[in-house]
Design a protein around this ligand. Structure first.
Ligand SMILES: NC(=O)c1ccc[n+]([C@@H]2O[C@H](COP(=O)([O-])OP(=O)(O)OC[C@H]3O[C@@H](n4cnc5c(N)ncnc54)[C@H](OP(=O)(O)O)[C@@H]3O)[C@@H](O)[C@H]2O)c1
Length: 308
């Protein structure tokens, strides 16, 4: 599925990608969908076009960023993988039958996981993992946007009591994942309690609204940004960074770039059954646009994937 111009996604026949020395060729079995796929497809927020995504059209025309699949071929300097290995990880251009991926941004797929579950992991679970590391252990946490791609991993990864904020129909899901309490934001916004940590996953609320749910020394961790800002999309984040200089609470903005260590950490938890991906919908690759639209409607229940 290619976006040769911003905003258009269409099916096309392309050659199998060639490999750099540190890359492997993966036969894709499933590819994860997250809001990042939409941003790369549309080039919005516009600021990302200045940061290497392509000024007038996408530099990387194939959509997708997370995959699970089988190693089909290896680059000359690849040492970690051999043909036939089953892997998952980050691979830009994953909405395809084949994709080239950096060997360090892959981990072995635990046998317990389906292809779809493994493809659901990379971006969302790495982001959750980084959030949890920023929070530290033993903290009482409020997760705003708890039932979506990042949130369903975050509930499971956070080390401490979790209160999940989601729409009422997802209360049973977030409780099953380990949330001790649930706030239905459609009735009670963020509730009335205060917490050591607030994870802002959905990313639509004013920073001062979120701060009211923090203890005096609490930490706000901003992960998401479902804002309407088309220029940078980061207006709230910039305001939080500025405000952080003047308040006692800590206001952190976190952008997660995955590493080999992250994927290894997640692989261990997945193999031990301590982390279980929640699958929302599976779409055929030809319906990738519908899959992206579903995620961007903002009502996800876990993760959606596409399969070639
Ligand atoms: N920081 C990073 O490095 C990083 C990496 C990846 C993604 N992100 C960003 O993180 C954000 C979330 O990503 P995601 O994949 O988790 O999204 P997602 O899968 O679409 O989940 C969003 C969730 O938010 C809930 N929600 C909708 N409106 C809400 C509201 N007003 N208040 C509270 N919850 C609400 C939705 O369900 P209900 O309404 O039914 O509860 C849904 O479950 C996106 O902005 C994405 O771009 C950041």
């Amino acid at each position: 599925m290619v976006h040769s111009s911003y905003g258009r996604l269409e099916q096309a026949e392309l050659p199998v990608p060639s490999l750099k020395d540190d890359q492997v060729l993966i036969r894709v079995r499933a590819a994860g969908v997250d809001p990042g796929v939409f941003y790369r497809m549309t080039g919005i927020p516009y600021m990302m076009r200045l940061f290497g995504f392509g000024l007038t059209r996408p530099k990387q025309p194939i959509a997708g960023g997370d995959v699970a699949g089988v190693v089909e071929k290896i680059g000359e300097k690849v040492t970690r993988w051999k043909v036939g290995d089953e892997v998952f990880g980050a691979a830009v251009g994953g909405f395809a039958e084949f994709v080239a991926a950096k060997e360090s941004l892959l981990a072995r797929k635990p046998a317990e996981l389906s292809w779809e579950q493994a493809a659901a992991v990379p971006t969302s679970a790495v982001t959750a993992l980084r959030g949890v590391r920023e929070a530290g252990p033993g903290k009482r946490a409020l997760i705003v946007g708890a039932a979506g791609g990042i949130g369903t991993f975050l509930i499971q990864l956070h080390d401490g009591e979790v209160t999940a904020v989601c729409s009422g129909g997802k209360a049973a899901l977030v409780r099953r994942l380990g949330a001790a309490h649930v706030v239905d934001y459609t009735k009670d916004d963020l509730g009335t309690g205060t917490y050591d940590v607030v994870y802002d996953v959905f990313g639509s609320r004013n920073v001062n609204v979120l701060r009211k749910r923090l203890t005096p020394n609490g930490k706000l961790i901003i992960l998401g940004g479902m804002s309407k800002g088309k220029l940078t999309g980061l207006g709230r984040q910039f305001r939080a960074i500025g405000l952080n200089l003047f308040v006692k609470q800590q206001l952190k903005v976190l952008i997660a770039f995955p590493s080999q260590a992250d994927f290894e950490d997640l692989r261990e938890r997945l193999a031990a059954g301590a982390l279980v991906p929640v699958l929302d919908r599976t779409y055929p690759l030809s319906e990738a646009k519908q899959a992206i639209d579903h995620v961007m409607a903002g009502r996800a229940r876990g993760k959606s994937v596409v399969t070639p």
